[in-house]
Design a protein around this ligand. Structure first.
Ligand code: KE4
Length: 434
């Protein structure tokens, strides 16, 4: 028997109030249900694989705060670390031992990282990495790929994914032409256009930045040829290759996509899991590049709360959990079980889907086309996705509220959770046909 989790009375009241105080009633557009309609449930608490809203509904959570909760909500080891950190204070604006402890863990785990700087978000990480790459090379050009999202950095808010794509403004108003004049946008997985871009601009390119597994146009997987060509051309032209692993870092492997695919970038950006739900981003890479960063070098970057002890404690606990528990075999197994279940549910209802998955991150695209880039991702039937989404939500399953996002399974989702999710998916796919 599937639950009825359609009651939104309290959430509707809170959303109406919030919408008068905060643009769209949310502090990040991705949460606003803009593409699927309806009222977003206001959450009261999380526990393991579950979220509980203010109307007493329980949801199996596949958002995980958009990635951080690799071990589910309120893991005891992470809570305990935060509680102990709070005893000594929240932030000092002075160096603390914890910052070097987390830095050492990142350097030990992520192949490309020889030195690392902590910041407060993924956006800060990518913004800083681009500036450092430009300072290091003395060049201005940056290549990004259509559908990839790297946070709300002016120079990268061009053909961006995630909320920008979902809400139909991949290139945002308010970004002056000068901010994107040096940004070259190419199709993802397109080796030919990459070759041409380097033939035409190679000696002006400071950096190439990409999601090494895309989450922000939905999950899109790079071809081995694309990644190895990227690595070869960047090396050949002295261009800094930046893997934006804010989403894939510690998600698809302990060492991220660069470990999974065996391609080492020059710089890496991190976020989400590194903070275990607390505000932490990081950028790092080759020591010769990172030594350009102030105060050692001249490329300026700073942050009042960067490296604060509470967030560091959460990150240290998370990365130690990963090293002690090695969740990736289980994440692969349960991610596969979910994907196979979604595929069989869609087939049973006669709904065409394409599912892209890497480990515990995946997207069910409602299209009959194989999805390898933004053009194929946007063939998806977003209206039908909205109906499927709400069918699941009203049956206790909480997916990201956009066709152009990845969902995340945690290490604490059970087989029973997956079975319940698939039962809800079967019913919801049938809804789609009515
Ligand atoms: P934040 O500034 O939101 O911490 O990170 C920006 C960012 C950078 N790079 C990648 C690959 C990312 O996925 C993100 C943020 N991801 C979105 C969800 N796709 C965050 C959700 C939101 O914007 O509320």
């Amino acid at each position: 028997m599937l639950p009825d989790t359609s009651k939104r009375t309290r959430s509707e009241f809170l959303f109406e109030r919030a919408s008068r105080l905060i643009p769209g009633g949310v502090n990040s557009p991705a949460r606003a249900f803009g593409a699927v309609g309806g009222t977003p449930p206001f959450m009261k608490r999380g526990e393991g694989a579950y979220l509980f809203d203010v109307d007493g509904n329980r949801f199996i959570d596949y958002v995980g705060s958009w990635g951080p909760h690799l071990f589910g909500h309120r893991h005891p080891a992470i809570l305990q670390a935060i509680e102990q950190a709070l005893i000594i204070g929240t932030s000092f604006g002075a160096p603390t031992e914890a910052e070097a402890e987390l830095a050492q863990l990142v350097i030990d785990m992520v192949p490309s990282v020889e030195m690392v700087r902590m910041v407060n978000s993924g956006t800060e990480a990518t913004m800083s990495a681009i500036r450092v790459a430009r300072g290091f090379t003395g060049r201005n050009g940056v290549v990004k790929f259509a559908g990839c999202y790297h946070g709300h950095v002016d120079s990268l808010l061009v053909a961006a994914g995630s909320g920008a794509l979902t809400l139909g403004c991949p290139s945002s108003p308010g970004v002056p032409p000068g901010a994107t004049a040096d940004t070259v946008v190419l199709p993802y997985n397109d080796c030919e256009s990459l070759e041409v871009a380097f033939q035409e601009n190679g000696d002006q390119l400071a950096a190439v930045i990409l999601e090494p597994v895309v989450g922000n146009m939905g999950c899109v997987i790079p071809t081995p040829e694309f990644l190895s060509l990227l690595r070869r051309l960047c090396t050949q032209h002295g261009t800094v290759l930046i893997f934006d692993e804010v989403m894939t870092g510690f998600r698809v492997a302990a060492g991220g996509a660069q470990q999974l695919f065996g391609i080492t970038p020059d710089m890496t950006t991190l976020g989400k899991i590194i903070g275990a739900g607390m505000p932490v981003g990081a950028y790092g890479g080759r020591a010769d590049i990172m030594n350009c960063v102030s105060p050692v070098g001249k490329v300026y970057q700073a942050g009042t709360l960067a490296g604060n002890p509470v967030a560091m404690a959460a990150g240290i606990a998370m990365l130690n959990l990963i090293r002690e528990r090695n969740p990736y075999p289980r994440l692969e197994q349960i991610g596969e079980k979910l994907a196979v279940g979604f595929q069989s549910a869609a087939s049973a209802a006669g709904v065409d889907v394409r599912i892209n998955r890497v480990g515990s991150m995946l997207t069910v695209f409602l299209t009959s086309q194989t999805v390898t880039n933004l053009a194929s991702a946007t063939t998806s039937d977003t209206a039908r996705f909205a109906r499927w989404f709400h069918g699941l939500l009203n049956r206790g399953v909480y997916l990201p509220c956009s066709q152009f996002e990845a969902l995340f399974v945690s290490a604490v989702h059970t087989d029973a959770d997956i079975d319940q999710t698939i039962a809800a998916a079967i019913a919801s796919f049938s809804d789609c046909n009515n």
